[in-house]
Design a protein around this ligand. Structure first.
Ligand SMILES: NC(=O)c1ccc[n+]([C@@H]2O[C@H](COP(=O)([O-])OP(=O)(O)OC[C@H]3O[C@@H](n4cnc5c(N)ncnc54)[C@H](OP(=O)(O)O)[C@@H]3O)[C@@H](O)[C@H]2O)c1
Length: 267
């Protein structure tokens, strides 16, 4: 039951009707008998500074998830950024500190790492090929490097964006070998599509599937459809595949932890 002591959580975005976070959070609150509620809050694309001031003024709002189109502007509005939020200056989770400051981070990449681990795929010491250098590709690169990946190769249609990530990750994680790649994904333990290709049935592949080593894992960030054209083709060729939905599932737990819902160790 929602009472006067109920903690508030939210997800902000525009549009907002499609989001699944309130259902996932509220199911969890109910299962664990946590006195909290999560609501979807639509803040219009050009109105975030005004909306942010409103969020700040709601003292029992403990934290919120940020989705498109606000992830970058929210990072600029945060009082502090930690972990992947600090590296990328993009956030998708913001919590209120006891002193009222809003602290943000980006959990997309950590969700991918968590999804891999929960399906018994190691990250530490492994080599990763990432196609894509947008929001998802950037998040994956930093999180994989932070999680002990030995080597990361990044390939993107717009090469300068991949170059920026290579430079940033190499500086932040000198122990990880980071390189600019081509469509050739050979020589890596995991090849992941982090582009938006795959949403449509006739989408091509962001890298040359035939180049992937036969023992490698082929992974996705695209969630709909679950079996993208890339994963369908990879499975037909005998590759082990890893779904984009595992990245989101891996992230829900991390969101709860970062927001302090479970009292778990904070980032
Ligand atoms: N599973 C999850 O939890 C999760 C989380 C976040 C995102 N995602 C999914 O990840 C996908 C990418 O999201 P994003 O935020 O990274 O998008 P984004 O920032 O817009 O980046 C899009 C990426 O796709 C590339 N791309 C687009 N069209 C292409 C084409 N025709 N050929 C080659 N490359 C193309 C872009 O290359 P250029 O740089 O050259 O334009 C860029 O690297 C989306 O499907 C999103 O739903 C999933």
């Amino acid at each position: 039951m929602i009472t006067g002591t109920t903690d508030l959580y939210a997800i902000i975005g525009d549009p907002i009707a499609h989001v699944r976070t309130p259902m996932a959070f509220n199911d969890d609150f109910a299962c664990r008998k946590i006195d909290a509620v999560c609501v979807a809050v639509r803040i219009l694309r050009d109105d975030l500074p005004r909306g942010w001031a409103g969020l700040k003024s709601i003292v029992n709002l403990k934290g919120f998830i940020v989705t498109a189109p606000h992830k970058q502007e929210a990072a600029a509005l945060c009082d502090a950024l930690v972990e992947d939020g600090a590296y990328t200056r993009v956030v998708n989770a913001v919590r209120r500190e006891p002193d009222g400051r809003f602290v943000g981070t980006l959990l997309d990449g950590r969700g991918f790492v968590s999804g891999l681990k929960s399906h018994d795929h190691q990250v530490e010491g492994r080599s990763f090929y990432i196609a894509g250098a947008g929001g998802a590709g950037t998040a994956l690169a930093y999180a994989l490097a932070a999680s002990g990946a030995a080597a990361i190769t990044i390939h993107n249609r717009t090469r300068s964006k991949a170059q920026n990530i290579v430079a940033g990750v190499a500086k932040a994680f000198p122990a990880c070998t980071v390189a600019l790649g081509t469509a050739d994904a050979s020589g890596h333990d995991v090849a992941v599509n982090a582009t938006s290709l795959g949403l449509k049935p006739d989408d091509g592949h962001a890298f040359d599937l035939d180049s992937v080593d036969k023992t490698s894992l082929v992974a996705e960030v695209v969630m709909k459809p679950e079996m993208t054209p890339l994963l369908t083709a990879a499975r037909a060729l005998g590759y082990a595949v890893h779904l984009g939905t595992h990245m989101l599932n891996g992230q829900l737990e991390l969101m709860m932890e970062f927001l302090g819902v479970r009292g778990a160790q904070r980032l």
